[in-house]
Design a protein around this ligand. Structure first.
Ligand code: VGL
Ligand code: ZN
Length: 211
């Protein structure tokens, strides 16, 4: 059993003061920093959109939160966020980025969104995350980050589907909850799919016993 920690979109635009704020999104930073030493392999995803990305409401004269159809899938309209190379796309300050071994950038195709760290929403392209995990013999993935009801959820669902043992460290995630209940529903979906939930304190305690 070889485990990897996957940090999903721990980026400024998803912090409470960011362009697409996730309430209390910054609270996970110290929790993640405590988890990092428990892992030999740490991977971070970054939402990494070109300017004028098709998920941006501003491109379609829509209001954030509205939905459109895009390439055959429903697309939520978002405020402009995580534009490549901007401060909004950078990791949230305080995160121990020195512990990150591999960065996966997603959402780079201007025409397609990508919530999952593995594939874009239309499943046109893989990001390379699966290959990286397999090449390094990583069979167990522990997922943390932002946002529980979008990128964390879709990354976790794909991980299970690809056959990885998938854990979600629940207190190290925060959600958007645009419609109240979204986070609860996301947790149920992940659980039904076969993800296991764990609290950071329990995980840290058990890795101390084992090592
Ligand atoms: C995300 C909405 C749009 C996320 C990314 O990281 O959960 N959500 N882009
Ligand atoms: Zn995005």
């Amino acid at each position: 059993m070889t485990k990897a920690l996957i940090l999903v979109d721990v980026q400024n635009d998803f912090a409470p003061s960011g362009a697409l704020p996730v309430p209390q999104g910054d609270e996970i930073i110290p929790i993640i920093n405590q988890l990092l030493p428990c892992f030999d392999h740490v991977i971070a995803t970054q939402d990494w959109h070109p300017q004028g990305h098709s998920s941006f409401a501003s491109e379609h004269n829509k209001t954030p939160g509205e939905c459109i159809e895009l390439g055959g899938v429903t697309q939520v309209m978002w405020p402009d966020h995580c534009v490549q190379g901007t401060d909004g796309a950078a990791f949230i300050p305080g995160l121990n980025t020195g512990a990150i071994d591999y960065i996966v950038q997603k959402g780079t195709n201007p025409n397609v969104d990508s919530y999952s760290g593995f594939f874009d929403n239309q499943r046109i392209q893989a990001t390379g995350l699966e290959d990286y995990l397999r090449q390094n013999g990583l069979t167990d993935v522990y997922i943390v980050g932002l946002a529980t009801d979008y990128c964390v959820k879709f990354t976790a669902l794909d991980a299970v589907e690809l056959g990885f043992n998938t854990w979600v460290i629940q207190d190290a995630c925060r959600g958007v909850d645009m419609t109240p209940g979204d986070v609860e529903n996301a947790l149920s979906e992940m659980q039904s799919a076969g993800c296991t939930f764990i609290q950071s304190s329990t995980f840290i305690q058990s890795s101390k016993v084992l090592n």
